[in-house]
Design a protein around this ligand. Structure first.
Ligand SMILES: [Zn+2]
Length: 281
């Protein structure tokens, strides 16, 4: 899910040279008025990691490429559960990595299959177990994992979310728009309408207070949404919402289900090839 700063700098140079980088709000206006600028590209980041300020923003400024960062308002300054879990399992001092999570049916012995790395296996099993839990149950399970396995290694600065001051610094200037990415990063489509509305409303209110300006963009956690999500996001006053369906935005694209293309840690030449395919060169 990560792109190195040097590759990201190369991607931005390619975008600057061969495409027309615009803001998400400009794309939304273009779609509303049925005139998207030619070769338009919008850059977005999900989850609001601190390195969006320290590593990405300086590179965006150097190339004057605008971007939108979608923030999880319930995790300001904190670690996301999957990062904390990965850190705990990677640094666990327990000689035999065994753990039980009462109430979830999860039980893991120190065995594992021959030839594979027991930490990787345990991490993957715990990721699957925690992914399926609601936010409260997941917090309980994480607390148990912390008690059983954590060795006191602190969270990594590259793997934590922007705190309130960092978020203000990121949103400062007029190059970076900040959008909401829910309050706790749930799978929205699996929630009731009422719970979805709570997540969406709360993230908008909290973020507007943090950055002291209206927040227009939303991005669905895990790319998960249904018809109710689209309606709720619109009713809560957002102008658009991004999903994770890999496609281009076109005339008449649904403003509340904007597709996005995933970019992995590839070099500039490969990225230039991808961009050429996307732009139909
Ligand atoms: Zn996310």
């Amino acid at each position: 899910m990560c792109v190195s700063p040097s590759h990201f700098a190369q991607h931005l140079a390619v975008i600057r040279e061969r495409a027309n980088p615009i803001r998400l709000s400009e794309l939304v206006r273009g779609l509303e008025e049925d005139r998207i600028p030619p070769r338009a590209v919008v850059v977005t980041f999900d989850d609001g990691y601190a390195d969006n300020l320290y590593r990405a923003k300086p590179l965006l400024e150097q190339t004057a490429v605008p971007a939108t960062v979608f923030v999880i308002t319930g995790r300001i300054g904190g670690e996301l559960w999957w990062d904390e879990l990965a850190r705990i399992v990677a640094t666990a001092s327990a000689p035999n990595l065994s753990i039980e999570l009462p109430g979830t049916g999860f039980r893991w012995g120190s065995g594992g299959s021959a030839g594979s790395d027991p930490r990787t296996e345990l991490l993957q099993a715990l990721q699957r177990a925690l992914q399926s839990l609601g936010d409260d149950a997941r917090a309980d399970a994480l607390a148990q994992i912390r008690d059983s396995l954590a060795d006191g290694t602190p969270g990594r600065v590259t793997h934590r979310c922007l705190d309130a001051d960092e978020l203000s610094a990121l949103a400062g200037g007029d190059l970076i728009e900040v959008g909401a990415h829910s309050h706790t990063h749930p799978d929205l489509a699996s929630l009731t309408g009422e719970d979805q509305r709570r997540e969406v409303e709360r993230s908008k209110a909290a973020l507007e207070q943090l950055v002291d300006r209206p927040v227009q963009g939303f991005s669905y956690p895990h790319g998960s949404f249904n018809d109710a999500s689209r309606r709720i996001v619109r009713e809560c006053g957002f102008a658009s919402a991004c999903g994770s369906t890999p496609d281009l935005s076109r005339r008449r694209s649904d403003l509340f289900a904007l597709p996005r293309l995933f970019v992995s840690d590839i070099d500039g030449a490969t990225f230039a090839k991808w961009l050429g395919w996307w732009l139909g060169d």
